[in-house]
Design a protein around this ligand. Structure first.
Ligand code: GLU
Length: 355
């Protein structure tokens, strides 16, 4: 049996002090990752921080969309070096991997990447991953989740600067309670935790929910925990209650990486309410055609993420719509509504198990 893989993702805010990459924080994480390797596991580190680091060098040159990409390109070297050196001090070799979710959607890129990662892990080399931000800045939570699915990891550990998911907003509710554990992600848990997203990671918590969806729907346990909890990784792996742990359900469907990415890279902007027959279509993984749509809720445009629901139920699917709310309304009021595809199977994920 091959050693278990662990995908550890750390956010910028947990790695910087005063806007600058903090070598002590990077070294502490390198030490924890090295401990995992030495104990026989195969960690993959997904780290942000390139943009923040690059901006300290570029100053105003790091502003705007182009500046962001340049900052990432400037900062990536020092970011990798911090981890490379920290791992080398502990006798380990690091390998830098930069890619985007689109690489995971392309068969040849994905297979090439997987075999390079397999080769690294097989030799005890520690992959240090970041999104290739010079190509497109998106989101490392989602990238890490997709990677945990690709590598069939035992755990996706999302390390951040909040303790985990809360059932209410800890900024306004002193009695807010941390959710220690859940079986399967649900729309209800998402609402509860999403509305309580706290601290500097507010936007980040939303993307962590997307990451938890991706991992758990595909059978990987996901954890959200405070990066600065002592021995956070070994405690998580030892079964201690640290942060929030979301286990996959007992029954897991096969999902492609592309639909997982399309469905959870951003939160849904509305709902396509369908006739009951849509349930069978989604169960069979077919395209959702226009005649099955009854109405829409919310304002969304083509390419946005939407939920698919049947009246009175929680969402039965989530994915990228090919038609915006206005076009859908127009098409639905036309006498001769065609059977255009609203959601294509490569762009949505069934939530029937999560309902
Ligand atoms: N990959 C970016 C960085 O290294 C940040 C994207 C993210 O935080 O998810 O700075």
């Amino acid at each position: 049996m091959q050693p278990e893989r662990i995908v550890v993702k750390i956010g910028t805010s947990s790695l910087v002090t005063g806007g600058r990459l903090d070598p002590h924080k990077a070294d502490a994480l390198a030490a924890s990752v090295a401990d995992l390797t030495h104990s026989g596991l195969r960690p993959v580190l997904v780290t942000s921080g390139a943009i923040a680091q690059g901006r300290t060098v570029l100053g105003s040159g790091g502003a705007g969309e182009e500046g962001l990409r340049l900052a990432a390109a400037v900062g990536q070297g020092p970011l990798f070096e911090a981890f490379r050196a920290g791992l080398a001090r502990r006798g380990l070799t690091a390998a830098q991997f930069l890619f985007t979710p689109l690489d995971l959607c392309d068969d040849r890129h994905r297979d090439g990447l997987r075999s390079a990662l397999d080769h690294a892990l097989g030799r005890g080399v520690v992959p240090v991953v970041n999104e290739n931000d010079a190509v497109q800045v998106r989101n490392n939570d989602i990238l890490a989740a997709l990677l945990s699915v690709l590598l069939r990891a035992r755990l996706l550990a999302l390390l951040t600067d909040v303790r985990g998911l809360y059932g209410s907003d800890p900024r306004t509710d002193p009695g807010a309670r941390l959710i220690p554990e859940a079986k399967g992600m649900t729309v209800e848990l998402e609402r509860l935790a999403g509305s309580s997203a706290a601290g500097p990671g507010t936007g980040g918590m939303i993307s962590k929910l997307g990451a938890v969806w991706i991992a758990t729907l595909a059978g990987v346990t996901a954890a959200i925990a405070d990066a600065h909890e002592p021995r956070v990784l070994s405690r998580l792996l030892g079964g201690e209650s640290v942060g929030t742990l979301v286990h996959p359900r007992d029954t897991v469907r096969e999902h492609g990486l592309e639909p997982l990415w399309r469905a959870f890279s951003t939160p849904p902007r509305g709902t396509v309410v369908c006739r009951p027959a849509a349930r069978h279509v989604i169960d069979a993984g077919g395209p959702v055609p226009l005649p099955l749509v009854a109405r829409t809720e919310g304002s969304f445009t083509a390419g946005d993420v939407v939920d698919v629901a049947v009246d009175g139920t929680s969402p039965i699917a989530r994915g990228r719509t090919r038609l915006g709310a206005l076009s859908l309304a127009e098409a639905l009021s036309a006498d001769d509504a065609d059977d255009a595809t609203v959601l294509h199977p490569s762009e949505y994920v069934s939530l029937l198990e999560a309902c």
